[in-house]
Design a protein around this ligand. Structure first.
Ligand code: SF4
Length: 301
């Protein structure tokens, strides 16, 4: 039996689609019907006719799909794959921040659990965070969990006061050093430096372009340049190498920019999940309603 052919057959038989984040291993991205970043996957999961969504990503992404699609079953091939950033904050932390800052709007980056989202007013992604922050009608914003994305947004929206959650960040992006990026730039002086805003402020300051995963890919597709230093998880770089074989992409620190949580899914795990319909995301209805509100508010902006 060829496992990849069998996955295609099972997909048809069960009316299932496979969604994969750009950080997934290339062989998983190649099997997916839809590949995207968090926002694209959240939007597209809502628009498909499939009865089953097999979600190749970390568990908060599966939760977001389940929140948006109560009429579909969402299956995770690796339900144990969490997100270091989402794990930096609890619902109690958000409640504490709200009590201390009662006149603030709570803006929650999509990289968070459903329980944390349920405590917040509006979600954002790295593509729309600026737009969301500008749209809120309070002078003060509690921005959780990512302090790096929050600091970038705060620098672009100086008219508002920002409150952050201590320690909230993605340890993969946050620990990329400016020195590694500069070393790569010295090797490739004509390359543009493209940075995801989850990186720390020193790396963001080096960027020729700062944007979400999807925005980084579009930038490279539309650029006249041929060389790029990519400061985000290395799955994105691998995808761009496949999409744009004539251009050159450099990873400033291969060890640091590898998210082990995103790399837990193998082709065999995907096959078993689809065949046995395991790893279903189940969210209690009260929590679903509360966590859906900030996502819908975001999608309406
Ligand atoms: S790269 Fe960071 S934010 Fe993205 S899934 Fe991995 S730990 Fe979470």
């Amino acid at each position: 039996m060829d496992i990849k052919t069998e996955i295609q057959r099972l997909k048809k038989e069960k009316n299932a689609v496979i969604l994969a984040h750009y950080y997934q291993p290339m062989e998983i991205q190649e099997l997916a019907d839809i590949v995207g970043d968090s926002l694209e996957l959240a939007r597209k999961s809502k628009n498909t006719d499939a009865g089953i969504l097999v979600f190749c990503g970390v568990n908060f992404m599966g939760e977001s799909a389940a929140l948006l699609c109560p009429d579909k079953r969402v299956l995770l091939p690796a339900p144990e794959a969490g997100c270091y950033m989402a794990d930096t904050i609890t619902p109690e932390d958000v409640r504490r921040l709200k009590t201390a800052n009662p006149d603030s709007t709570v803006v929650c980056y999509i990289n968070s659990t459903a329980a944390v989202k349920a405590e917040c007013d509006v979600c954002c992604t790295s593509s729309n965070a600026l737009k969301v922050a500008k749209s809120v009608d309070t002078d003060s914003i509690i921005f959780v969990p990512d302090k790096n994305l929050g600091a970038y947004v705060a620098s672009m929206v100086p008219e508002k006061k920002f409150i952050f959650h201590e320690g909230g960040c993605c340890k993969i992006h946050d620990k990329l050093s400016a020195e590694s990026v500069l070393k790569e730039k010295a090797l490739h002086p004509n390359a543009d430096i493209l940075v995801h805003p989850e990186c720390n402020g020193k790396v963001c300051a080096l960027a020729d372009f700062l944007g979400s995963t999807a925005q980084i890919i579009t930038y490279c597709e539309n650029s006249d340049k041929n060389e790029f230093i990519i400061c985000t998880e290395l799955g994105v770089t691998e995808r761009m190498r496949a999409l744009m074989p004539d251009k050159r992409f450099y990873i400033p620190d291969t060890k640091q920019l590898y998210c082990d949580m995103m790399k837990k899914i193998s082709v065999e795990m995907l096959y078993n999940c689809l065949k046995n319909e395991t790893g279903e995301v189940v969210i209690e209805e009260g929590l679903r309603e509360a966590a859906l509100k900030p996502i819908e508010r975001m999608l309406g902006i």
